[in-house]
Design a protein around this ligand. Structure first.
Ligand code: CTP
Ligand code: MG
Length: 215
């Protein structure tokens, strides 16, 4: 299953409180968060293209470090994650695309393989984990209701789609000026296409807060 990756690194990492974008944080052996999330896809020969989205202020560093890598192309992102993904999708040249947060450096080959297997029969799938906490719907400071825990999952990335499908959904959201919190939500809004759940694990964490670095 050949595919493109739209790798989103065009944020600022505000909540991480580093003096630079969190995707440039060094994990070990001088390997950054981004090196790691990019590396996992570059190791996969079926990943034919990496559309790597960067923030304007990171342009020089990104070009110096990543522009000579085969299969990688760099594009400037937008103000929000959704904007960056929407821009990146214009450049995708494969029939299937995995949209991945560069801030998730611990995604595994096994997880990517499981997503590829799902894409053989599905047009949309994503990594999710069952919620370990009880989730409550809250309104105005009071609990409204508690969804059954076995029905509640946390969405992760990669989120994978038939390229024509997700492009159509992104175009509609742009026209309507509607903001989703992940990519799959756009498919829920605009289509009846089933979105297959592929089990991820807690290790596929998004580096978000300062305490995430200590792990
Ligand atoms: N992202 C992006 N373009 C944006 C905003 C976010 O490509 N305009 C990317 C980030 O680089 C990250 C992923 O989307 O890899 C998930 O977003 P998030 O964890 O929120 O990262 P940031 O927006 O950088 O962090 P913060 O919200 O704390 O500023
Ligand atoms: Mg953000």
């Amino acid at each position: 299953m050949d595919y493109s990756v739209c790798l989103l690194a065009a944020g600022k990492g505000t909540r991480m409180k580093l003096p630079y974008n969190k995707v440039f944080h060094r994990l070990k052996k001088n390997k950054t968060v981004l090196d790691s999330s990019l590396g996992i896809f570059l190791q996969d020969s079926e990943c034919k293209q990496v559309v790597l989205m960067y923030a304007k202020e990171d342009e020089a560093y990104m070009k110096e470090r990543y522009s000579k890598i085969d299969r990688v192309e760099l594009h400037e992102g937008g103000l929000t994650r959704q904007e960056s993904a929407g821009i990146g999708l214009h450049f995708v040249n494969q029939d299937y695309v995995m949209i991945h947060d560069a801030a998730r450096p611990f995604v595994t080959k096994e997880q990517i393989d499981a997503l590829k297997v799902a894409l053989e029969t599905e047009d949309a799938c994503l990594l999710m984990i069952p919620s370990v906490d009880t989730i409550k719907i809250v309104k105005d400071g009071y609990v409204e209701t508690t969804p059954l825990r076995q029905h509640v999952y946390n969405a992760q990335t990669p989120q994978c789609f038939k390229t024509t499908l997700i492009k159509m959904c992104y175009e509609k959201s742009l026209l309507e000026g509607r903001q989703a919190t992940d990519d799959a939500q756009l498919v829920e809004w605009y289509t009846d296409v089933p979105i297959k759940v592929v089990l991820g694990d807690l290790g596929n964490k998004k580096i978000t807060l300062p305490q995430d670095i200590s792990i």
